[in-house]
Design a protein around this ligand. Structure first.
Ligand SMILES: Cc1cc2nc3c(=O)[nH]c(=O)nc-3n(C[C@H](O)[C@H](O)[C@H](O)COP(=O)(O)O)c2cc1C
Length: 118
C-alpha cells in the first residue's frame, strides 16, 4: 500500500493509511471499453461503500505520473506484477471516515453547468 501510494505524485498519499485498497484491473485485450468498464466499477465501489457507511476515495492512475515523471499506471503494474495488457484506471481506497461531511442540498448545485436542450 505504501508503494502504491507513491505510484503517482499527488492525491494518493492517503492510500498507505487506508484499511483496504481495491485496484480495478481491466484486460484491454478482452474489452476495448476498459476505461468505461473500470470507471463504472469504481463508481459502484463508491456507492456500495457509502451504503455500508465506509469511507471511500477514487485514486486516479490512468494518465497520471509519479514525482519523477514516470507513468503511474506502469508503476502500479510493476508493483502488482501485471502484464501490459492489464490497464488500471484507478484504485479505490476504503476506510473509516475521519469526519462526516454534510450532504449537498439541491440549492447547493450549480445549475449554470447544466444545459437544457429544447
Ligand atoms: C474520475 C475521478 C478521479 C479522481 N481521482 C482522485 C485522486 O486521484 N485522488 C483523490 O484524492 N481524489 C480523487 N477523486 C475524488 C475527487 O477528488 C473528489 O474528492 C470527489 O470527486 C468528491 O468531489 P466533490 O467534493 O466535488 O463532491 C477522483 C474522483 C473522480 C470522479
Amino acid at each position: 500500500m505504501e508503494r502504491l501510494s507513491d505510484a503517482k505524485e499527488v492525491g494518493s498519499q492517503f492510500l498507505k493509511n487506508a484499511n483496504v485498497g481495491i485496484c480495478v484491473v481491466a484486460d484491454s485485450e478482452k474489452a476495448d471499453t476498459w476505461i468505461e468498464d473500470s470507471s463504472i466499477a469504481l463508481t459502484y465501489l463508491n456507492l456500495m461503500a457509502t451504503a455500508e457507511n465506509i469511507g471511500s476515495c477514487w485514486v486516479q492512475m490512468h494518465l497520471r505520473r509519479d514525482s519523477e515523471g514516470n507513468d503511474a499506471e506502469k508503476n502500479v503494474r510493476e508493483i502488482l506484477n501485471l502484464d501490459e495488457n492489464y490497464r488500471i484506471v484507478g484504485i479505490m481506497a476504503l476506510g473509516v471516515p475521519a469526519i462526516k461531511r454534510k450532504g449537498k442540498t439541491i440549492e447547493d448545485l450549480d445549475f449554470d453547468k447544466v444545459k437544457k436542450i429544447d
